[in-house]
Design a protein around this ligand. Sequence first.
Ligand SMILES: Cc1cc2nc3c(=O)[nH]c(=O)nc-3n(C[C@H](O)[C@H](O)[C@H](O)COP(=O)(O)OP(=O)(O)OC[C@H]3O[C@@H](n4cnc5c(N)ncnc54)[C@H](O)[C@@H]3O)c2cc1C
Length: 385
Amino acid sequence: MNRRTMLKIGGMGLIGSGLGACSGHSWSVDRPMPELGLAPVRADWDRVIRTTVGLRPHRPSGFVLHAERFGETTVIHNYGHGGAGMSISWGTGQLAAEMALDHDSRAAAVIGCGVVGLTCARQLQRRGFDVAIYAMTVPPNTTSNMSLAGFTPTSGLVSGDRRTPAWDAQFREAVEISYRQLQLLVGRGYGVSWIRSYALSDNEPRARQGSRVPERAPLLPDHLRTGSTRLGPGEHPFPTRYATRRTEMRIEPTIYLAALVRDFVGFGGRIAIRSFAEPRELVALEESLVVNCTGLGARDLFGDRELVPVKGQLTVLVPQPEVDYGTFGGPGPSVGGLGIHMQPRSDGIALGGTAERGEWSLEPNREAMERIVNAHRTLFAAMQS
Ligand SMILES: Cc1cc2nc3c(=O)[nH]c(=O)nc-3n(C[C@H](O)[C@H](O)[C@H](O)COP(=O)(O)OP(=O)(O)OC[C@H]3O[C@@H](n4cnc5c(N)ncnc54)[C@H](O)[C@@H]3O)c2cc1C
């Protein structure tokens, strides 16, 4: 199993019947209350089925996307996507593939088989490259498989004071490409869908409340955000004063990454399990064009000391197909400054809310797990139905 990711199977209790929920609020016939019938999550300890841990590959100055020469070999770096790799990888993959077109060869090696490597490999294939992926681990044992995977392009990606205009331009182009690409995958077996999401708060939301990272909002043009609706007391079933509703993109990592692997192989790609310790091993590959998509692995492989792990974990409950919305925020303090959140998927209800910077351990943080499950239990027990 990947050194950087780990799956712990917890106890699994009885699977109860789903709750048919029905809002007790009044609503106008002219303006039906869309929150009618939101089913509460049953966040009980006997419904916990696993806790997964992943280390986000964070770089304070943002992802790296440029070419470098090692003798006869060109290495295009495409790594360091922080908490946003699931959201922006199609875009950085396309930018990397366009750099590759400057090279004479049409055979490329991609190092890494997480979401960044797979989408980059597909972008290269679309431009006529014959591609081989070399990676230490492949799905389902990558960090990408451990992500919550909302469309969160600015999440934990870059520190505000480290941004440069050149990086911002790359970022904006990458987000535009990814946002469009992910929309085209909705409903076609990729595990990508649109879902209602509620940002919960007792404080009156500011104009941009509902964004998970309001301080970074200027990075993201308005047309890359869906509109939001602020619901006040009595207009929603949650035990907070306000709930800001937004329709957001959701990616189910298990389905998505398996589909990307299938596509890659279906278009003639090859995958070899292999680990690299230093750049000269890449130079020895038969391909003279290499794309480095090793995520946190680039720290050791290329000596990038700026890369730092930001540990995140998800505790997953027995699936509840009737839960068709996500939440962000709620009662209780956050761990590492990240609010608690809930995302339903076909393989379970994911509960998250940790961002432990500089933490390399792949052991679940027991205290954080308890806090997150208990906070969600309190939240949904108090939800009106
Ligand atoms: C709890 C959690 C929640 C998250 N939520 C979101 C979210 O909502 N939205 C979002 O967009 N992102 C989210 N992320 C972030 C996202 O998971 C990462 O940005 C993304 O997975 C990074 O992808 P990657 O391909 O660069 O890395 P990885 O998935 O780690 O893939 C790296 C690949 O490189 C290989 N590799 C590394 N080193 C070597 C080496 N030396 N030799 C050979 N192979 C090597 C690995 O084996 C692997 O195949 C979340 C992450 C976590 C942990």
